[in-house]
Ligand binder design. Structure first.
Ligand SMILES: Cc1cc2nc3c(=O)[nH]c(=O)nc-3n(C[C@H](O)[C@H](O)[C@H](O)COP(=O)(O)O)c2cc1C
Length: 379
């Protein structure tokens, strides 16, 4: 019987399904609900020391529906990090660890470019009992204006420096969460790992504009008739997330063996998670999926992942982590391999035809008579 239990950076998870930072981990009430439903770990909504600067708007979500007009395939948000007071969060972290001592609780943190602020937020969160950190270097809207989030994540040098500050203060494992809004996601990932972070999480949302209303001519989501580019998530981003996870995993394998990777982007089924693990993920995070399907989706996902493992006779997550990375190569190599196969097929066909050729009159057969005649005409 396979097991979903896995240990990542010393964190013991009952399964690899982790609540991704966002509304599904936004207060004690929902975090404890996630543990009760059986999630492997919870990454809380991103917090900062001074929540008074965080002011959200409504509407702040917009959905892209599939051809059936019902299934949500894409989701844009212009939501900021948590607008709840830091002291309230510390209290809730403590209460959560009291109620669920074995539940893996990860604080997602974000600060301005200021060493003291990063040191303070790390120290106070770990004093409150969190098990690990995720550094939000990736929120694409609102906060970059304050040089936070993706503004840091798009700059590998600054990201590396901030990661060093965090690593100097952190006594718990640290994952750095990457923005996909860069050309080469390996560059910021490498900076975080060089600074000593235990792992990388990817991806956060992709900068997007959901739509333009053809009646009002206003882009959506429309706030007082205006909008601002937001972050795109859900199923539609999965192929992009798979590519980026593959790129980071390949880099980790070569340059930082043993470091971890938490895969995110459009995961809604056990099969989706299996694909990310096959491309090198240690854990798989779900955010928008929970907003669509509810917390109990984790049970279905666990069953689906176990069925996949049973089918392929994998006993543990480690048995298939990164297994499909070996099947990537360059386009030139694809061309070479295809030519090699076609050449071999051609040679085999010619050999077969040559075998059909009549070498003595006794070999003429009634069934192959026409083919044998043709072969002799070809010579
Ligand atoms: C409404 C919403 C709010 C989010 N807030 C945060 C956040 O506070 N911090 C963070 O690191 N990521 C945040 N994210 C990004 C998600 O954690 C995740 O990286 C992204 O949505 C892709 O995964 P998904 O398709 O499973 O949602 C948010 C996503 C959504 C949809």
């Amino acid at each position: 019987m396979p097991t979903l239990a896995t240990t990542v950076d010393g964190l013991k998870l009952p399964n690899p399904f982790v609540i991704g930072s966002g509304p599904p981990g936004t207060n004690l009430n929902v975090i404890t609900r996630a543990f009760r439903e059986g999630w492997g770990a919870v990454i809380a909504k991103t917090i900062s020391l001074d929540a008074s600067k965080v002011i959200n708007v409504t509407p702040r979500y917009a959905k892209l529906l599939g051809a059936d007009g019902k299934d949500v395939v894409g989701w844009e948000n212009i939501e900021l990090i948590s607008d709840r007071k830091f002291e309230i969060w510390l209290d809730e972290f403590k209460k959560c660890k009291d109620q669920y001592p074995d539940g893996v609780l990860i604080a997602s943190i974000m600060e301005e470019y200021n060493r003291d602020a990063w040191t303070e937020i790390v120290e106070r969160c770990q004093d409150a009992g969190v098990d690990a950190f995720e550094l939000n270097f990736s929120c694409p809207h609102g906060l970059p204006e304050r040089k936070m989030g993706a503004a840091m994540g798009e700059n590998p040098e600054i990201l590396g420096e901030v990661s060093e500050w965090v690593m100097a203060a952190a006594k718990k494992p640290v994952w750095a969460k990457m923005t996909p809004n860069v050309t080469h996601i390996e560059d910021p990932s490498r900076s975080a790992l060089r600074a000593g972070c235990q792992g990388v999480s990817a991806i956060n949302t992709i900068r997007s504009v959901m739509s333009v209303n053809l009646e009002t001519l206003r882009p959506e989501p429309s706030v007082e008739g205006y909008t601002t580019p937001g972050g795109y998530s859900c199923k539609a981003v999965r192929p992009i997330a798979l590519r980026m996870v593959m790129e980071i995993a390949t880099m980790i394998r070569r340059e930082f063996p043993g470091r971890s990777l938490s895969a995110i982007g459009g995961i809604e089924t056990g099969g989706d998670a299996a694909q990310f693990i096959l491309l090198g993920g240690d854990t798989t995070q779900v955010c928008t999926g929970v907003m669509k399907h509810g917390y109990d989706m984790v049970k279905r996902m666990c069953d689906e992942l176990l069925a996949f493992m049973e089918k392929h006779k994998f006993e543990t997550i480690a048995d298939f982590k990164g297994k499909s990375l070996d099947y990537f190569t360059t386009h030139a190599e694809l061309v070479r391999m295809q030519k090699e196969r076609k050449d071999k097929q051609k040679a085999a066909a010619e050999e077969a035809a040559a075998k059909k050729m009549v070498k003595a009159d006794s070999e003429w057969s009634g069934d192959d008579f026409v083919k044998q005649s043709d072969a002799l005409a070809r010579g």
